[in-house]
Design a protein around this ligand. Structure first.
Ligand SMILES: [Zn+2]
Length: 102
């Protein structure tokens, strides 16, 4: 997934408060920031422009805009750590068995 596509997807889930300019979830009834509960700005171009002002590192921290390769790398890292953990656990259990007098 490209960074711009991910941002576009984020923008689709957001609306802009016309009163304070805060980005809000489309599901919100009132602005989280100023409690405005009138008409919100849903225009995709305008909301996207606001999303584009967000620091890419912030979006990255929220899990948005991760390049596919990174995502796969992270997943394979998780799988590797999980496999290592299991291996350790198995050898730990085996070592207990070995040292436990029958
Ligand atoms: Zn507001």
């Amino acid at each position: 997934m490209h960074r711009t596509e991910a941002r576009g997807e984020v923008a689709q889930k957001l609306k802009l408060c016309p009163f304070c300019g805060a980005l809000n979830s489309v599901e919100r009834k009132s602005c989280y920031n100023c409690l405005w509960h009138g008409v919100f700005e849903f225009d995709h171009a305008i909301v996207s422009a606001s999303v584009n002002e967000i620091d890419p590192d912030v979006l990255f921290a929220m899990g948005v805009g991760l390049p596919a390769q990174n995502w796969r790398e992270r997943l394979s890292e998780r799988v590797r750590l999980f496999a290592t953990a299991i291996k350790h656990k198995v050898s730990y259990v085996l070592s207990i068995r070995r040292h436990t007098p029958v």
